[in-house]
Design a protein around this ligand. Structure first.
Ligand code: HEM
Length: 144
């Protein structure tokens, strides 16, 4: 069976989805206090993360290391409303790219985003390292 990465259409398709997702995030009133400016590497790094988690190449771990994703979310103090909006926009971007027709793929993307957003939220409130979510490597996601 194809990996989620292959099913999505590889780097090119994921990069397109993440670029449209980031446009939505930057324009969103609930998220604008967190995403205050367009960061040049956001889309590439988010694409690397998603590709790796979906069974594609390991660029995120190789080039940045998992600590990067912990660091970028620390102290953001993400609210439930912001976490939920992030997931809604993430699903919208995949939907608009025509990638959610397959129910099992939809379920996998949804659980990937729900899980990742909860980890980011927990880490965003961590006062000490002991408060961080215990995950320390890019999780390999697969078909539900
Ligand atoms: C599946 C869940 C998530 C993933 C995979 C993810 C991934 C990333 C990555 C890779 C970066 C760094 C980009 C860079 O190096 O330039 C980043 C930054 C950031 N993330 Fe997340 N994130 C997730 C969830 C969230 C959530 C739920 C929020 C808030 C609602 C959030 C807010 C931010 C902010 C504010 C930044 C820094 C600003 C920016 O790069 O534009 N993230 N995230």
């Amino acid at each position: 069976m194809a990996t989620l990465y292959e099913h999505a259409g590889g780097d090119e398709a994921l990069h397109r989805v993440e670029a449209s997702f980031y446009d939505k995030v930057l324009a969103d009133p609930v998220l604008k206090t967190l995403f205050t400016e367009r960061r040049p590497h956001h889309v590439d790094h988010l694409t690397w993360f998603t590709a790796e988690s979906f069974g594609g190449p390991g660029h995120f771990t190789e080039e940045l290391g998992f600590d990067h994703i912990i660091r970028v979310h620390r102290d953001l103090e993400i609210t439930d409303e912001q976490r939920e909006r992030f997931v809604t926009l993430y699903m919208e971007a995949f939907e608009e790219a025509g990638l959610l027709a397959d129910e099992r793929f939809r379920a996998a993307v949804q659980s990937h985003a729900d899980f990742g957003a909860r980890v980011a939220q927990q880490n965003s409130h961590a006062k000490t390292d002991a408060d961080l979510h215990p995950i320390r490597e890019v999780p390999l996601w697969t078909w539900e």
